[in-house]
Unconditional design. Structure first.
Length: 235
């Protein structure tokens, strides 16, 4: 597999380029399941009986997770992303005074220690150039007892028949559809490669634990590829 660059400048430009069709393609590729996965993850957070007054949606993209986070009776939800065009879409989609937009890189967050009750990332972790540093930054800005939600596509640890069929769709058909609709020659090839070269869910949970998090739950949403994981910063 060809090497892929996760340089923040290049990633930001790529998402700027595909931003006009980003929501359409996300919902099309997942058959609308990405919406359900976010709602279910927020439901799991509610079960923890934790106060989520200050929230950070990191790698917020077009704001779909932000919109769900605003249902948690929060005082503020900060949407942070490296793509200015994505943040513009969020500003047009979400008209809530509690939502604050900021351009920021996950490996160098412009927030103080122990700031947030919740940090969430949906389908953005695998795009971080320095994942270890980003995890340490997330740990730093979370309050003791704060929660960290990840919804992500991971490299599969198995290869059953159904999964092979999906991977054919994901590798061969999605890039073609993505190229036609988004008019990007690269972005949807990158999508497959970024998943195929990423960690398995087991490797990711190990990273969380090594960073200092306690993993509370990890739910398999789809074929052992898409997982919702909730971790906590010890008190």
């Amino acid at each position: 597999m060809d090497e892929i660059s996760k340089n923040p400048v290049l990633i930001g430009k790529m998402f700027d380029e595909i931003s006009p069709k980003y929501d359409l393609l996300n919902h099309l590729i997942s058959a609308g399941q990405d919406i359900r996965w976010r709602k279910k993850a927020i439901k799991e957070l509610r079960k923890l009986n934790h106060d989520y007054k200050a929230i950070l949606d990191l790698a917020a993209g077009s704001g779909d997770l932000t919109r769900e986070m605003l249902t948690l009776s929060s005082d503020i939800v900060i949407s942070a992303d490296i793509s200015q065009h994505m943040l513009k879409i969020t500003s047009e989609k979400i008209k809530d005074k509690r939502n604050v937009l900021i351009r920021a890189d996950a490996s160098n967050l412009p927030f103080g220690d122990d700031t947030f009750d919740l940090v969430g990332i949906s389908f953005g972790v695998r795009n971080f150039e320095n994942l270890d540093k980003a995890m340490m930054e997330i740990f730093r800005v979370l309050k003791p007892g704060g929660k960290f939600l990840t919804i992500e596509m991971f490299k599969s640890a198995s290869k059953n028949f159904i999964l092979k069929g999906f991977l054919f769709y994901f590798n061969k058909l999605v890039p073609r559809v993505g190229k036609v609709i988004s008019r990007s020659d690269y972005a949807y090839d990158y999508l497959f490669k970024s998943v195929a070269s990423f960690k398995t869910i087991y490797e990711y949970k190990s990273l969380l634990k090594n960073t200092g998090f306690t993993v509370l739950c990890s739910k398999n949403n789809f074929l052992g590829i898409v997982y919702s994981t909730i971790a906590s910063k010890p008190v």
